[in-house]
Write a protein that binds this ligand. Sequence first.
Ligand code: NAD
Length: 533
Amino acid sequence: MPRVLVTDDVDPEGVALLAAEPALQVDEVPTLPKDELLQRIGDYDAIVGRSATRISAELLKAGTRLRVVGRAGVGIDNIALDVATSLGIAVINAPAGNTVAVAELFFGAVLGLLRQIPRASEVMRDGRWDRASFMGRELKNKTLGIVGLGRIGSEVAARAHAFGMTVVAYDPYISDERFTALRVRRAPSLDALIAETNILTLHVPLTEETRGMIGKRELGRLPARSVVVNMARGGIVDEAALLAALEADKLRGAVLDVFTVEPLAADSPLRRAPNLLLTPHLGANTVEAQRNVSRDVCLAVRDALLRNDLSRSLNVAGGSGEWSELHNAMLVARRAAAVARAVLADQGMRAVRHVALRISPDLAHGAGPLLAATAAGVLEGVIETERLNLINARALAEARGLELSVGESQELGARTLEVALAGGMQQLAVAGHAPDVGTPRLTRIGSFHIDVNPKQTLLILTNHDVPGVIGRVGTLLGEQKVNIAEYHQARLAQGGDALAAISVDGAVSEDTRRALLELPDVLSASVVHFRDQ
Ligand code: NAD
């Protein structure tokens, strides 16, 4: 009978669900010292805990029977995920259970700020009765600007309607249909959102795109007396710029629940900033959220142990079973999807709605995993990556309103696939070839036939087919110390438009991309950094 070790005071409701399962033996212990846990772990098939227990490489290796690690919460910084993956141990967390907790804290904090509730309470405790200093503002008829209309952003939007607010959001990765269903008006750009917002709130993951997304420039463009709220991740709002705006009295106020460095330093100047309401990362700190995440993770651990259901697992059991034979094809699918998404995004189309995968008949047995890999490629860099993998990508994509389809095509050569993305009036198909042995290749972008191994970083340029372009591009990349691994130039007709697929080592900076766009005859430049190295 599988044995489960539960530790770190996981909420009892989830533990009771596991204990009620006659096919499982559950032992509950307080957070154990490292050595004791190391001695005991060999007896267990699963361990469920919170952040207090470190699931180190050493512990995972000592857990010779271990099949599942459950984390009652979102963050998995305390788990050696790569080691778990290489050992074939599923890691399961509970990302959704605290959504409402964050949305409710948002309104508590904003109302606290606008009505100065914390300060009024302090004044009362001081023995005073001062009403004149506490003239507040209402939420009704104010414009709420939400950046990131995912799980939490959607819950905030739903509650904002009840307050009679106008709700506008910026999330280029969400379809128009989802905006309509949530009764949220779409802002065409972050700048457009900022220009009309009274209360700006961030609900995006911390990514290359969102780090420092609200800085001096953006704060300067907010209407006078606006409010800024960051309950997502420290670093999305530039703390120094926010401090300066508050000190200069440009904002009505701000709320921070998350910080670039946590815990926030005792002497941080933020602690003395005027009109700034601070909370110590309390977003998920409710009894209900802890109960939800405990139930979620315990049920998922039970299903993993007893039904072999790994759909909630964060990692792929590395190279095991039938997936290993599909490895190259899954890589091509994921990278073709990432390329199509990046090129479409640079053409101004980011809200992908339809994802169609076509595969040659000899790949038909892998339709499921290949579609998962395609979905992962479309979502890469768009949602929090610690939650995205080949097992959960399809469910995540569908939850965001993407329509996924997969079909066989006799027209495609052996071990070939094509990923077509569409949204609005635009669409783009990228094809690739995945031999059994040898390197996978991308073979077509739109109508252009190419042949390139998509490794590390792919640069896609379109240009007028005139002499000298390749030389200038090569020189510029050389000057920027970007090493070209492969350069494939394709054209439809002599003197028409041409496309270059350039595989490079390492990263290509935004400055380099801009410099490429400045070159004569270069029409577009897209950079795709593949994350699943
Ligand atoms: P989610 O993945 O469901 O939603 C994130 C949304 O951001 C997605 O819809 C995505 O399309 C959008 N997005 C990504 N990049 C964007 C960009 N550049 N511009 C605009 N939109 C972009 O995530 P979630 O569960 O709603 O969580 C949102 C944030 O809240 C995360 O940063 C998470 O870590 C944080 N969080 C904080 C607490 C807390 O205690 N304060 C608790 C839970 C979650």
